[in-house]
Design a protein around this ligand. Structure first.
Ligand SMILES: *Cc1c(COP(=O)(O)O)cnc(C)c1O
Length: 360
């Protein structure tokens, strides 16, 4: 079987050159005589890998030295607890914008540790848009303000950040990190599971402004304390060593390609190809309109569930896999993360055109 075009929302495609390099280095990394998987996380050679990964990520995202970069475990979902445990330091209040299932899951976890104020929600229309924010509803003394930058399931993204007037802005960037330029200085904290746009599952990146570290709640478990991980260079305990190594390779690949600015251009090109087709199709309809459309996750429907299922099945047979939409939206979703080549999107559109003609 040939490699397919994998439109999975996550874990998702990785760049082929990264996989090939990992294969080549699988049994013997550098002159270590062993696989990265077999290395002590305390060895000099492994330290060079984790340090290089951090250095590359800092360079790619322009992360100032006043921020720590942490490589943790537990997925983005653990951050739903780790963020409030560490950031509820004064009022124990936070503001949230509900733009999807992940935002809701985050908010319900925050509620276990403090007070959650819902500034706005787009649940009334199945999260198909980003709501306008009324600043008079912001909590002036909140400990943080949380948004989900890109909504993986519903295919929306923030294009304008709230002015939180000094309240640290926190964002889940799991499905858009490194896909478009993000001004880190606008945030107190960013977090992302790796398996969408950075590498394999198992590692979660946290980028946190130093002044927000060390004020955790007393009940914070040691492993959930940012300070512990920051002071130990993410080596307090055994980190997900191999996942971090693959991230390093992805970061190198991205740097060679020209960095995030270049990547964003390519992602806009890919998204435009798909949205242009959807906007003009008589069969397929995009579920999100206007400026809030995600560059990474593109949900669409035919309006007929049987036809949707037929499309997903026929697409799969032709090498376009994982196009089934999330159960809460139905229909289809094409996730076109960094590793999806322009060619993959062009070929998908060709296939969709053919399907449309055949199913008039
Ligand atoms: C996938 C995803 C999550 C969940 O990530 P885990 O690493 O599985 O916990 C959370 N938020 C967003 C925006 C996601 O896309």
């Amino acid at each position: 079987m040939e490699r397919v075009y994998n439109f999975s929302a996550g874990p998702s495609m990785l760049p082929l050159p990264v996989l090939e390099r990992a294969a080549k280095e699988m049994t013997n990394y550098g002159d270590s005589g062993m696989s990265v998987m077999e290395m002590s996380h305390r060895s000099k050679i492994y330290e060079s890998i984790i340090n290089r990964a951090e250095e590359l990520l800092r360079e790619l995202m322009n992360i100032p030295s006043s921020y720590k970069v942490l490589f943790l475990q537990g997925g983005a979902s653990s951050q739903f607890a780790m963020v409030p445990l560490n950031l509820f330091s004064k009022s124990k209040k936070c503001d949230v914008v509900l733009t999807g299932m992940w935002a809701k899951k985050a908010a319900s976890e925050f509620k276990k540790y403090g007070q959650v104020n819902v500034v706005a929600s787009s649940e009334d229309k199945t999260f198909s848009y980003i709501p306008e924010l009324d600043e008079s509803k912001f909590t002036p003394d909140a400990d943080f303000f949380h948004i989900t930058y890109n909504n993986t399931i519903y295919g929306t993204r923030f294009t304008k950040l709230p002015d939180t007037k000094g309240v640290p802005l926190v964002s889940d960037v799991s499905s858009c990190i490194l896909g478009e330029e993000i001004d880190v200085t606008k945030f107190g904290l960013l977090y992302a599971g790796a398996q969408k746009n950075m590498g394999p599952a198992g590692v979660t990146v946290v980028i946190v402004r130093e002044d927000l570290i060390g004020k955790q709640m007393d009940i914070t478990p040691t492993m959930f304390n940012y300070q512990i991980h920051a002071e130990n260079n993410s080596l307090y305990n055994t980190p997900p060593t191999y996942s971090i190594y693959i991230c390093m390779l992805v970061f190198e690949w991205l740097k060679e390609l020209g960095g995030v600015r270049e990547m964003e251009k390519i992602n806009i090109e890919k998204a435009n190809i798909l949205y242009d087709f959807l906007d003009n199709s008589k069969l397929f309809k995009p579920t999100v309109q206007g400026a809030d459309r995600s560059l990474m996750n593109v949900p669409f429907v035919t309006g007929n569930e049987e036809l949707d299922a037929k499309f997903v099945k026929e697409a799969q047979a032709c090498g376009f896999v994982n196009l089934k939409g999330h159960r809460s939206v139905g229909g289809m979703r094409a996730s076109i993360y960094n590793a999806m080549p322009v060619e993959g999107v062009k070929k998908l559109v060709e296939f969709m055109k053919k399907f449309e003609v055949e199913n008039k």
